[in-house]
Design a binder for this molecule. Structure first.
Ligand SMILES: Cc1cc2nc3c(=O)[nH]c(=O)nc-3n(C[C@H](O)[C@H](O)[C@H](O)COP(=O)(O)O)c2cc1C
Length: 263
């Protein structure tokens, strides 16, 4: 028997797991949001910069682009259920997502930046660039403030600081679950929340796939208008959902998102 099994293209990213989970918080005035991410890494020592791969479909992404700032928060393992919740539910579909998440958002040290109060470490950033990498953009943030709990003293004391790494999801629909592992090897599973916001997000994704095919060949912005006129999907949401489809090669559309789409 061969030492290797072939890995299908759509599973390659999972070879990089388990990977630490972070929470990105962002705000534009009173409009605050947070999402879970695993595709995060430092990208420059001097100046200190971090990169995050984030899909334009995420509500938080527009807040980051508009406010030109965000924070990376590292939470202890005991908040794994809360991290799964904010990673499954979008503010696009649940306006009081953060209130229901059990996490608390507060002012950071940099003007306008919001942070998660439960974090063991916070890295506040100013957005310096974004690059279309594929269906996600890589955003690069320059560090404007960084602070951590006392378990960090030049390096993390890993006997006292337990954080969550994401292993991946298994199953489909109602039976789907996400697997996380702690630094101590404790495994915890989370289930997809069964709420109207998750159901609507899934419905919009299915509807956009049908509607998207009907507007094949059009310019992205024209296509979004046409979809909004024909479906219950709001024009702005249609724009981001169609852009995701375009990037994934699911529909041929002219044009692409431009900076003013985030304004
Ligand atoms: C463990 C986990 C890791 C995730 N990693 C990423 C990531 O690296 N980049 C990304 O764009 N979305 C990632 N997501 C998905 C977002 O967190 C999710 O779409 C979220 O609902 C977006 O919320 P928003 O629309 O309110 O911004 C992840 C989700 C989970 C549960």
């Amino acid at each position: 028997m061969s030492r290797y099994r072939d890995v299908p293209e759509d599973q390659v990213y999972r070879l990089f797991y388990p990977a630490p989970v972070y929470v990105i918080s962002a705000a534009l005035g009173k409009d605050e949001d947070a999402l879970s991410v695993v595709w995060v890494t430092p990208v420059s020592l001097n100046p200190p910069r971090v990169g995050v791969a984030i899909s334009p479909e995420r509500y938080s992404y527009s807040l980051i682009r508009k406010s030109k700032s965000f924070a990376v928060n590292k939470l202890p393992f005991r908040y794994v259920q809360q991290m799964a919740f904010i990673g499954d539910v979008s503010k696009r579909y649940l306006r009081n997502k953060l209130d229901l998440s059990g996490l608390h958002i507060g002012a950071g040290r940099t003007s306008g930046v919001r942070i998660i109060r439960e974090a063991d470490a916070v890295v506040e950033c100013k957005l310096v660039s974004s690059l279309e990498a594929g269906d996600h953009d890589i955003i690069v943030g320059q560090v404007t403030a960084a602070y951590a709990s006392h378990e960090f003293d030049a390096i993390w004391d890993v006997r006292r600081h337990s954080y969550a790494s994401y292993v991946g999801s298994i199953g489909d629909g109602e039976t789907a679950r996400r697997i996380f592992v702690s630094t101590d090897g404790e495994v915890e599973e989370t289930r997809w929340p069964r709420n109207e916001a998750v159901a609507r997000r899934n419905r919009d994704h299915r509807a956009i796939e049908e509607a998207g095919l009907a507007v094949k060949g059009k310019d992205l912005h024209e296509a979004a208008k046409a979809v909004a006129a024909k479906t219950a999907i709001h024009h702005r949401d249609a724009l981001f959902l169609l852009e995701e489809m375009r990037r994934q090669g699911l529909v041929q559309l002219g044009g692409r998102l431009v900076a003013s789409d985030f304004e």
